[in-house]
Write a protein that binds this ligand. Structure first.
Ligand code: GDP
Length: 622
């Protein structure tokens, strides 16, 4: 949107009142100077082709007043006449309105909207490669070897971090590798509509031959209509039998080029780093033939490869730009969340201001953690971004509440009279790995026919939307190393939603099993007594870190157990080492008071941390 034009008062006067003398002809009225109306308080939405009457309506003027204003600008216009944006801006500014262009608000249509690219803007982009194959055939070793070959080549040095995808430069041209071996992620993404692979490298161990997952991977690659390169791995082994691999794959329709077919087979040893150059050459050859293209001139669109909640940086996501160019400062919608790109870096921690097609990039600045496979779209306007995210969120709520099977929690935990025989659970956790492990464990529980139905599982703090879903589906919320904010906890209490917090996976399993057996009768329960916010940090030699805190809720006792929360993630659990009011030791400090505290064996407190204090309390067993 172009910035509203600025007029100096002299200029605008000159434009508005071309003939000052004429003013004296007007009937006498109050001519005391009027303070100019502040600009920007009210917004006038400009739509193309607006006529005089429409503008008058938008500015709250009568048609006559509007026509008079135009006359003052030297324009004779009827009410149906279309007026240009500059003129509208002058009048709007005078009336204290800021002019903004209309944005498309029918956000439901965004998913279907596709920009049509001008063919002359389409340029070659690097291929995106996924490595698949049977377990233990060497996928991870191959991906590592390729990544390290880049470091050895001296194109980039330093410590790498896993961000889910990386690029290597071969013959001056980049190739993008998805750093998540296996076809599970590939399939999941495809199921969600993401097309994030151009070429599949199918790894088959020469000493083991075609195995069940080789066939599965092959089926997925074929279904996606993606070109396949076979990497016959472990060629260094004495027992390697590449001919057998070729024969077996031929039976599945992959005829090697050497046998007159179309599929390139490359012999490699990921362990000994042999054959990698040839493999990359073949990938580039396919890329040249297929001519993968994108338009870098448009706003970016692409896919989330990985996402997580980072203790220091908040929601972090690795994206692959499919088309367009993503810039720092762009607003983006990802799945149901949105944000503004704050930083971008690659797996070598190199910072970027923009990311071009096929480039994998880790971004920060999102409001929530998106899911792998989510599609992202960049926008220049924050309002559109927020509207789309909200619209999607409410659509998701609708579908989720319709699809969940309702079950009564009371009956589940009580007499087990439920006819549904299912316990609905929402899992929230700090990393994808643990929530997936938890989901797997819980879904396998079977207590006399009762089992667990995971309604939602995702990375991130427990939010109000989780509580709403739990309430709608009579589910309980499991927080693994994450917690709800005070506001969310309040909503959960109001709606009678149970939130259970854990940091050990098997405890969750134990509790759920016990619950299903109707045996969940804890003799001790942890009662949160209060929370405090760290406002200042003092390092005292010999004693350690003292946090200057403000008690924001309840009270903190000297003998409390404490949790340190940073961005809703538990970063430490332990005991208080000291609690003071001014210089004196205190037994307890209540809401609204300041205190100084330190924590046993923990000195890494930071301003903004939340200290949650609790007490173990015996609970009556009935
Ligand atoms: P993945 O399950 O497919 O990711 O397989 P990994 O990369 O974890 O490899 C499984 C095992 O095979 C590991 O012990 C590797 O060291 C070994 N391996 C991988 N590539 C080679 C190779 O080229 N030669 C030999 N001899 N061993 C290999």
């Amino acid at each position: 949107m172009p910035a509203p034009k600025r007029f100096t008062s002299n200029n605008s006067n000159a434009k508005r009142k071309p003939d000052v003398k004429k003013q004296t002809n007007y009937p006498k009225r109050d001519v005391r100077p009027v303070a100019p109306k502040p600009i920007g308080e009210r917004i006038f939405i400009y739509k193309p082709e607006m006529n005089v009457a429409e503008v008058a309506l938008g500015l709250g003027l009568s048609n006559a007043a509007m026509i008079k204003k135009l006359m003052q600008l030297g324009l004779m216009a009827s009410i149906n006449q279309v007026i240009d944006r500059d003129t509208i801006e002058v009048i709007a500014l005078d009336e204290g309105y800021k002019v903004e262009d209309e944005v498309i608000t029918d956000v439901t249509r965004y998913d279907e909207m596709e920009l049509v690219d001008d063919p002359k803007d389409m340029v070659k982009r690097p291929p995106i490669v996924t490595v698949m194959g049977h377990v233990d055939h060497g996928k991870t070793t191959l991906l590592d070897a390729i990544r390290k070959s880049r470091v050895v080549e001296g194109e980039a040095g330093g410590i790498t971090q896993h961000i889910g995808a990386y690029q290597v430069i071969r013959n001056g041209e980049p190739i993008t590798f998805i750093d998540t071996p296996g076809h599970a992620a590939f399939t999941e993404m495809r199921a969600r509509g993401a097309k994030v692979t151009d070429i599949v490298i199918l790894v088959v161990a020469a000493d083991d031959g075609v195995m069940p997952q080789t066939i599965e991977a092959l089926d997925h690659a074929k279904a996606a209509k993606v070109p396949i390169v076979v990497a016959v791995n472990k060629m260094d082994k004495a027992s390697a039998n590449p001919d057998l691999v070729m024969k077996e794959l031929s039976d599945h329709g992959l005829i090697p080029e050497a046998w007159g077919g179309k599929t390139p087979f490359v012999y490699v040893s990921a362990l000994k780093k042999q054959g990698l150059e040839e493999l990359l050459d073949v990938v580039q050859l396919i890329s040249d033939i297929e001519e993968f293209k994108a338009n870098p001139k448009r706003l970016a669109k692409g896919t989330v490869i990985e996402a997580q909640l980072d203790k220091g940086r908040g929601a972090v996501a690795t994206l692959i730009v499919e088309t367009g160019t993503l810039h720092v400062g762009d607003y983006i919608v990802i799945g149901n969340t949105y944000g503004k790109v704050r930083t971008m870096q690659d797996d070598l921690k190199k910072r970027y201001n923009e990311a071009v097609p096929s480039q994998p990039i880790e971004i920060t600045g999102l409001n929530e953690v998106p899911q792998a496979g989510d599609i992202f779209m960049a926008f220049k306007d924050e309002r559109v971004t927020r509207d789309i995210a909200n619209e999607r969120q409410s659509r998701q709520k609708d579908t989720e509440s319709k699809s969940v099977k309702k079950t009564s929690l009371d009956s589940m935990f009580g007499e087990m009279e439920s006819t549904e025989k299912e316990l609905n659970i929402i899992i929230k956790g700090d990393v994808q790995g643990s929530i997936e492990a938890l989901k797997g464990l819980l879904e396998h529980i079977d207590v006399s026919g009762f089992h667990v139905n995971v309604v939602r599982y995702s990375v991130g703090a427990i939010t109000e939307s989780d509580v709403t879903l739990a309430s709608a589906s009579k589910a309980i919320v499991i927080g693994f190393n994450v917690r709800p904010s005070a506001a969310v906890k309040q909503v959960a209490d109001q709606q009678g939603v149970e939130i259970r917090l854990y940091n050990i996976i098997y405890r969750v399993q134990e509790d759920i099993e016990a619950a299903l057996k109707g045996m969940l009768e804890p003799t001790f329960e942890e009662i949160v007594t209060g929370t405090a916010e760290v406002r200042d940090i003092f390092k005292v030699s010999k004693i350690g870190t003292i946090a200057g805190c403000y008690v924001t809720d309840g009270l903190i006792r000297r003998d409390a157990l404490v949790r340190v929360l940073r961005n809703s993630i538990v970063v430490y659990e332990g005991k208080l080492a000291s609690l003071k009011r001014f210089k004196d030791d205190a037994k307890e400090v209540k809401y609204g008071y300041e205190c100084g505290l330190s924590i046993e064996n923990f000195n890494d407190l930071k301003v903004g941390d939340i200290i949650e204090a609790s007490q173990m309390k015996e609970v009556e067993v009935d």
